[in-house]
Design a protein around this ligand. Structure first.
Ligand code: HEM
Length: 106
């Protein structure tokens, strides 16, 4: 098997370092959210920990790791789950800024 074929069999999840890497990205992202005047008020729970866990589980599954997210939450249905929140262009801009910063940090 060529090296290229071997690489194609590896999931993106494994290639970037698995659960630890994703948990670090999401932790860095939520540090940004915690201090963000637009995003922080949108999160319904006092404690951001459970939201952090849901997003971690989602990205783990989306990037090819264990399917813990769907075992806990069912089908992601992200459009429906975001419907209660005002995902305005400004909110999306803030979200992306924190996600990009988290990727750069990790
Ligand atoms: C565009 C700006 C976005 C805003 C303002 C936003 C905001 C939110 C808010 C307020 C929640 C509820 C927190 C909770 O209790 O879990 C949430 C949940 C979630 N968001 Fe977003 N989000 C955005 C984009 C995204 C994107 C791009 C993704 C996926 C890559 C994503 C994935 C999720 C997931 C997986 C959950 C938890 C769903 C569940 O209940 O199982 N979000 N988001």
């Amino acid at each position: 098997m060529s090296q290229n074929q071997a690489e194609q069999q590896q999931t993106f999840y494994d290639a970037i370092g698995g659960y630890e890497t994703i948990a670090s990205i999401v932790a860095a992202f939520y540090e940004g959210v915690a201090d963000d005047p637009v995003l922080r008020p949108m999160y319904p729970e006092e404690d951001l920990g459970p939201a952090q866990e849901r997003f971690t589980d989602f990205l783990v599954q989306y990037w090819g790791g264990p399917t813990t997210y769907s075992e806990r939450r069912g089908h992601p249905r992200l459009r429906m789950r975001h419907a209660p929140f005002a995902v305005t262009p400004t909110a999306a801009e803030h979200w992306l800024r924190h996600f990009r910063a988290a990727l750069d940090r990790v």
